[in-house]
Design a protein around this ligand. Structure first.
Ligand SMILES: Nc1nc2c(c(=O)[nH]1)N[C@H]1C(S)=C(S)[C@@H](COP(=O)(O)O)O[C@H]1N2
Ligand SMILES: [Mo]
Length: 559
């Protein structure tokens, strides 16, 4: 679009007289008499860059909202960054930011983009084409990231980033054009009456229009994105879980003593920790969901629907899930009542035999709809424990965050080697032949849960009054069971805590310890002993590669 068109667009002036000059005609009156001072020009150029960046993101958001929310540039680049993050950095991010790590990542990407936008704006002030073309480079990066996601749906995924980049580049080109002298001295053309001034009014109007349009596009894009999950939400609302053929007995009252500050025995879904790489939580329509079971030694491969699963006898089990990224004393442990299908039965029907009975596959690789892969020992899944394809969590269909419609849960193994959410495929293979997602990033191939215990109350640096203080917490060694918990005050002797009743050996066990607290600063330390007789080690290790070890301590000051 030439400058003439724009003049018309803003209703400024009648068509100027035709000019034989290449350079678009600009009438004297709509130009500021003087060019902006260099500092002002730089600020306006930086602003142009930022506006172009916003326009690019908004246009991309709009296109993504319409086509595919996950193909948006920030989500795509974020996903690519997550996949390329080494274990140590991921570990640091989880430690530093907890489950806000995804938010921090996206804010980081936006900060980098904002900086780049400012620089491109400044570049475009001098080199208008080059600066504007720079926006296209960022679009290309977004497009490549979107297309290279494991769950990319095809070349269409590049569209949001490309559309955004074109919008941003055009806007930057236009805005910086308004900042320049009407006629550059070198190609001065006599009959245009060109001046060295700048188009202040045009700049302001264009900038305001662009900002408004960007905001509108951004909001509309978000709205459209939300619509994509509608079918999934409806399908989840329609799920009626059949009564389990093998219900879990009620949690024994004595398994859940009432101690203020102690974690509830069953973790409510809303409070259950969430750890995954999904920047956009997959929302799957259960009626469209399929699970494919195939691979090495699968004599009868099968594809199951959600209805097929619900037709099978369901079992209900209490199982504590823990994350390998959990620091000693950390929050990434939760206990839920899961409903599901026994995975071992299904595998047996497909003709799978565990290695101990001559089966050729020792690794079960579960693949999720978003391309995550988790590798589980076939032996563990088929050794009689309640390894589940879970469809229910605490009496309701799985929440989207926790894997709707179907996820795996295997007692005794960390989540990253067992608990695939949004599972779509189960492939039997060997550990020699295939490394799953986290293994490729430095985590161990096999990762049974380490025996651990945690003090929930008192909180670190609490200031209880002298006298009776109830110390309490949880201890876990899923599938082995907890036999003893002991507490030590400062360097005193280990003294046994009161163990609450055991629900099942696949769940954590609560404990409490009435402490006659004396004034001063004290360190409380806890250790558990599992049913194999192993005492929780004092040796501190990091979470990488197979889970943190060491003992949890809390320092309190008794007043
Ligand atoms: N698809 C998918 N499944 C996944 C993950 C993931 O990133 N993607 N993370 C795993 C990890 S590391 C853990 S600890 C558990 C956490 O399950 P939750 O979020 O329901 O607590 O899910 C596992 N399943
Ligand atoms: Mo995890």
């Amino acid at each position: 679009m030439g400058r003439r068109g724009k003049i018309h667009y803003f209703g400024r002036a009648a068509n100027p007289p035709p000019s034989r000059c290449r350079i678009p005609h600009v009438t004297q009156d709509r130009r500021d008499p003087a060019p902006p001072r260099p500092a002002t020009a730089a600020v306006l150029a930086a602003l142009s860059g930022l506006l172009a960046g916003c326009a690019a993101l908004a246009a991309a958001e709009l296109a993504a909202g319409w086509l595919r929310p996950k193909a948006g540039p920030v989500v795509a680049v974020g996903g690519a960054v997550i996949d390329r993050t080494p274990a140590a950095v991921k570990d640091w991010a989880v430690r530093r930011f907890g489950t806000d790590d995804k938010l921090v990542l996206q804010l980081g990407i936006l900060a980098v983009l904002a900086l780049a936008a400012v620089l491109l704006g400044l570049l475009a002030l001098r080199y208008r084409r080059t600066g504007s073309a720079g926006v296209l480079v960022f679009g290309a990066v977004g497009a490549l990231a979107a297309m290279s996601r494991p769950d990319a749906s095809g070349p269409l995924d590049a569209l949001p980033s490309l559309a955004g980049a074109v919008a941003g580049a055009l806007l930057l080109y236009t805005l910086t054009g308004r900042l320049r002298p009407a006629v550059a001295p070198a190609d001065h053309c006599d009959d245009t009456g060109g001046t060295p001034g700048w188009d202040r009014r045009g700049f302001v109007l264009t900038a305001a229009a662009a900002a408004t349009a960007s905001a509108a596009a951004g909001v509309l894009g978000r709205r459209l994105s939300a619509l994509h999950g509608r079918d999934a939400a409806a399908s989840r609302a329609a799920v009626r879980l059949p009564a389990p053929a093998s219900p879990a007995p009620p949690v024994p009252r004595a398994a859940a003593p009432r101690v203020p500050g102690l974690s509830p025995f069953l973790t409510p879904n809303a409070d259950f920790y969430r750890v995954d790489t999904a920047l956009v939580v997959p929302r799957i329509d259960a009626s469209a969901w399929r699970l494919r079971v195939h691979g090495k030694g699968v004599a009868r491969p099968r594809t199951l629907t959600f209805a097929d699963l619900l037709d099978r006898p369901l079992v209900e089990r209490d199982i504590t899930l823990t994350c390998v990224s959990n620091e000693v004393g950390g929050p990434y442990a939760g206990n839920a009542r899961w409903t599901g299908v026994r995975l071992a039965d299904l595998l047996a029907e497909c003709g799978v035999r565990p290695p101990s009975r001559g089966g050729p596959a020792d690794q079960l690789v579960a693949r999720s709809v978003d391309g995550m892969t988790l590798g589980t020992p076939v032996e563990d899944v088929m050794d009689g424990r309640d390894a589940l394809l879970a469809v229910g969590m605490n009496g309701e269909p799985l929440p989207f965050d926790h894997g709707f419609p179907v996820r795996m849960v295997v007692p005794g193994l960390y989540g990253y080697v067992s608990a695939c959410k949004w599972v779509a495929e189960i492939e039997l293979t060997t550990f020699d032949a295939y490394d799953a997602y986290w293994v490729r990033r430095g985590w161990a191939r096999r990762a049974p849960v380490k025996t651990q215990s945690r003090i929930d109350t008192p909180r670190p640096f609490a200031r209880p009054s002298a006298g009776m203080v109830m110390v309490a917490g949880v201890a876990w060694a899923q599938h082995r069971g907890i036999d003893k918990v002991e507490v030590r005050v400062d360097d005193g002797p280990w003294r046994p805590a009161r163990l609450a009743a055991e629900d099942s050996r696949d769940t954590w066990r609560q404990w409490s310890f009435p402490w006659k607290a004396e004034p001063g600063t004290h360190t409380l330390t806890v250790r558990a002993t599992d049913r194999t007789g192993r005492v929780q080690t004092a040796r501190r290790t990091r979470t990488v590669p197979d889970g943190a070890s060491g003992r949890h301590s809390v320092v309190v000051t008794v007043e």
